[in-house]
Design a protein around this ligand. Structure first.
Ligand code: ADP
Ligand code: 5GP
Length: 204
């Protein structure tokens, strides 16, 4: 029987490098897969439905929520975001760990519903670096950057509710730390019970 994959939530302020980390980490990881989430946000240049997000109208999104098709959903910067349950379950049933990159409210909601999930919070080495990364990305207006920085203050105040905190200083080092967290979570006693029970000890 395939052991079900575990659920990892990755959160952190906008611009901290979550996408960059996952884009580097996931191709190197054979036992983790990212679940695509749904949103009512307008696609950015180059974003594709089904690859970056599932893009829906507000009506379509709310219908999915009403049908109970979303693991959770949250309003962020005026747009709705939520992970479809189907995608998450498919990955877990295949035996792979699910990586969900979602904001803090959603992360904490998921943790309440699935206490066995592992919450990982990504931080920049300093506030200045965070602001610089957000600006250098060049994808948001000044007004949007200010809103994201305001949200970042709130998000940082919730970091202590996460299981692990990883500093994204040097990208490679950050990916190594994420790999270490995922390996360590797999070795937790609660996941090793059936293995210990399966050991056939020779008679004394
Ligand atoms: P998020 O997904 O958290 O909003 P991004 O992955 O889009 O953030 O990263 C924001 C910007 O920071 C991007 O321009 C990215 O290239 C840059 N960046 C990410 N990680 C690092 C790093 N370790 N060192 C320097 N720049 C980084
Ligand atoms: P962006 O608009 O920059 O792609 O994402 C904005 C924020 O929404 C990010 O912090 C991202 O992690 C978060 N996000 C993406 N999908 C989901 C989701 O399904 N649920 C929640 N709660 N947040 C999400």
């Amino acid at each position: 029987m395939i052991e079900r994959g575990r659920l990892f939530i990755i959160s952190g302020p906008s611009g901290v490098g979550k996408d960059t980390i996952l884009n580097k980490f996931l191709p190197m990881s054979s036992n983790c897969k990212r679940a695509i989430t749904a949103t009512t946000r307008t696609p950015r240049l180059g974003e594709v439905h089904g690859a970056h997000y599932y893009f829906y109208s507000r009506e379509e999104f709310l219908q999915m929520a009403e049908n109970g098709e979303l693991l959770e959903y949250t309003e962020y910067n005026g747009n709705l975001y939520g992970p479809p349950k189907k995608g998450v379950e498919e990955i877990q049933n295949s035996g792979k760990n699910v990586i969900l990159e979602i904001e803090v409210h959603g992360g904490l909601k998921v943790k309440k519903m699935y206490p066995e999930s592992v919450l990982v919070f990504i931080v920049a080495p300093s506030w200045k670096v965070l602001e610089q990364r957000l600006r250098d990305r060049g994808t948001e207006s000044e007004q949007d950057i200010q809103t994201r920085l305001k949200n970042a203050r709130f998000e940082l105040s919730k970091a202590h509710e996460y299981n692990y905190i990883i500093i994204n200083d040097v990208l490679e080092r950050c990916c190594e730390r994420l790999g270490a967290v995922i390996s360590a979570a797999g070795c937790e006693e609660r996941h090793m019970k059936s293995f210990i029970e399966s050991l056939r000890l020779p008679p004394l």
